[in-house]
Design a protein around this ligand. Structure first.
Ligand SMILES: Cc1ncc(C[n+]2csc(CCOP(=O)(O)OP(=O)(O)O)c2C)c(N)n1
Length: 606
């Protein structure tokens, strides 16, 4: 079948099992062909093809709501709801989103991007249906790593005892998060998964044995299963538990979905899938390299990724200062694979558990242990309260590595790292920094671990930078800024790699400007700021963030307090939703590019 002809999922109900299997085959081939062209979540989507086909076959979207946790595994859902033709633009500017997206389709009913929210959304959907007198079914699809999230457990707790509504939770168990799933819940699932063995040999038997024999073996299996398998965690919580079921067996999936439609209480249907199914390398991947793949590019990237550069700095620091790393599920993304292997006793992957990681770090700091907590800027938001209350309020010496700070590009609006500066800024005792390059990052790490004892953020962007080649910069001994260039027309203040953009604009405009690297966003360097305010009338501040409480408000507050009458202008991305796309194109769209800076400065200098 031509996938481009699909307009909506209703056609699927008329297909035979054989035709559905052919459809699954075609979709998988399409995904393997298309995803590397644009980049995207390869492995997770190859694992959910049959699951999503079966869901659309049995349920009636959009009356019934499919609530995908994170939303990164729903490409088959996009195809079945008429979006195959847009895959060439997947994750590109103005193209198809890589996640569930309200604007794209009425079949997209829960946008999240952040893990662990689907079960809360499920209960919300069910209560809304009840209040509106409608009878749509709610089906949450959640992975075995995401279900270990604290939020998911808050919802599991309530929904399991809620007699008012009946939800369907599909636990998509592939034994992987981005990397191998961790923790006691994963182990508990392994005990239930004991049946994976039966699932695997069933796939084989089905091919070679006659039907009557299969039925006989099925009975033996059920007997063995009830003998070996104690009541499981979901039954203990009040759910009807169904599974584990082969998540690639369309017939079995459909049969069981039909069955649970009639259930009188909330159900957990546990399905076993192979992450990366159909793609040899992705299937074998146990580290997470194929979870998300980048756009295939012929251009060799120069330098080193910021994540790798930072991981190397911490790795090297171990000779001087032993630190402990608490990693919430992002070992690959933050480039800590090597660290985790070398320093096994100083590294823990706590799973998708940012809140837990923050409170754990607080206690370790309280006990005098030096802790490094790497978080993507966007996921740091999840632990707002724990960071504020347990770390900042108590002034615990935790060093945060805030990765993917700024525009992240293709992952889109749920992943942009633009709120962290304002979030951390309002926390007492918190020091916030952003290095211009890896040399400065190294000096900041020495400062953070060896010279001070407050909570401190070192933020760094996605993308590439120049590798360290043994060069060092002057030690940092207190929160200080750096004058990169002296001029007189105006003073430009910014931080991070944005400084390159600003330097470039000054060159092309032949501007005689002072450029300040405000590597400490909080506290500000008051001595230098005072000097700048006294020697320049016009002050221009540029920040690649949503700026409700960033550098600019701090500068304004200082100027006001000391009665300075300078003229100020700022550029940032406050109060905006920034969608997916190529970094450069987004910067342009947000009017933060070089041309827009030029225009703004010209207006300012008038
Ligand atoms: C709060 C939060 N932390 C981290 C992530 C990054 N992340 C995206 S997908 C993923 C793994 C999800 O694993 P699982 O739920 O098992 O789904 P699978 O991809 O294996 O199908 C992680 C850690 C996130 N989206 N949200």
């Amino acid at each position: 079948m031509n996938l481009f002809d699909i307009k909506d999922p209703s056609f699927i109900k008329n297909l035979t099992i054989k035709e559905l299997q052919k459809l699954a085959h075609d979709i998988r081939a399409f995904l393997i062909e298309e995803i590397p062209k644009t980049g995207g979540h390869l492995s997770s989507n190859l694992g959910t093809v049959e699951l999503i086909i079966a869901l659309h076959y049995v349920f009636d979207s959009p009356k019934d709501a499919f609530i995908f946790d994170v939303g990164h595994q729903a490409y088959t859902h996009k195809i079945l709801t008429g979006r195959a033709k847009d895959f060439h633009s997947l994750r590109q500017t103005d193209g198809l989103s890589g996640y569930i997206n309200y604007l794209e389709s009425i079949h997209d009913q829960w946008e999240s991007g952040h893990a662990g929210t689907s079960l809360s959304a499920l209960q919300g959907f069910l209560y809304s249906q009840r209040l509106k007198g409608e009878n749509g079914r709610g089906i949450a699809i959640i992975g075995d790593a995401s279900i270990t999230n604290g939020m998911a457990f808050e919802a599991l707790n309530v929904l399991g005892s809620d007699q008012n509504v009946k939800g369907i939770i599909v636990l998509n168990d592939n034994e992987m998060g981005i990397s191998k799933s961790v923790g006691a819940i994963s182990k508990a699932l392994t005990r239930i998964r004991f049946n994976r063995f039966f699932v695997k040999i069933k796939r084989f038997w089905q091919i070679i044995l006659p039907k009557c024999f299969l039925e006989f073996l099925g009975r033996i299996k059920r007997g063995l299963k009830s003998f070996f398998q104690r009541q499981n965690i979901f039954e203990d919580l009040g759910y009807l538990y169904v599974g584990p079921i082969d998540g690639h067996d369309l017939k079995g999936l459909i049969y069981n979905f039909e069955r649970i439609k009639r259930a009188r209480k909330s159900v957990v249907m546990h399905i076993l899938t192979d992450k990366g199914k159909g793609h040899e390398l992705a299937e074998q991947d146990k580290i997470g390299t194929f979870h998300g793949v980048s756009k295939a590019s012929t251009k060799k990237k120069e330098g080193i990724s910021w994540s790798q550069g930072i991981a190397n700095i911490l790795y090297d620091l171990q000779e001087l200062e032993k630190t402990f790393v608490i990693m919430p599920a992002m070992t690959v993304g933050t480039s800590f694979v090597e660290f985790s292997k070398t320093y096994k006793d100083r590294y823990i992957d706590v799973g998708i558990a940012e809140e837990h990681a923050a409170s754990m770090a607080a206690m370790m700091a309280h006990q005098g242990i030096k802790v490094f907590l790497p978080l993507y800027a966007t996921f740091s938001q999840r632990a707002f309260d724990q960071i504020l209350n347990d770390i900042a309020r108590s002034n615990h010496h935790v060093v945060f590595g805030i990765d993917r700070a700024g525009i992240v590009g293709e992952d889109g609006s749920t992943h942009q790292g633009i709120f962290d500066v304002s979030m951390f800024s309002l926390m007492p005792n918190m020091v916030i920094t952003m290095p211009y390059d890896l040399k400065e990052a190294k000096a900041l790490f020495d400062y953070a671990f060896l010279k001070q004892n407050h909570p401190i953020v070192i933020r760094y962007p996605r993308g590439m930078t120049q590798a360290l080649n043994g060069d060092v910069i002057e030690e940092i001994n207190h929160p200080s800024w750096v004058k990169m260039k002296q001029g007189k027309d105006l003073a430009i203040i910014s931080y991070g790699q944005s400084l390159d953009r600003l330097n470039h604009v000054c060159e092309s405009m032949e501007l005689d400007a002072t450029i300040i690297n405000a590597r400490f966003i909080k506290p500000i360097d008051e001595v230098m700021l005072k000097n700048i305010l006294e020697t320049h009338h016009k002050i221009f501040v540029y920040e690649e963030i949503a700026n409700s409480a960033g550098l600019y408000p701090a500068i304004l507050a200082f100027a006001e307090k000391h009665a300075y009458k300078n003229e100020f202008m700022e550029m940032s991305m406050t109060n905006q939703i920034i969608h997916h796309g190529n970094y450069k194109e987004i910067i342009k769209k947000m009017k933060m590019d070089e041309r827009s800076i030029e225009e703004k400065i010209l207006e300012f200098l008038k």
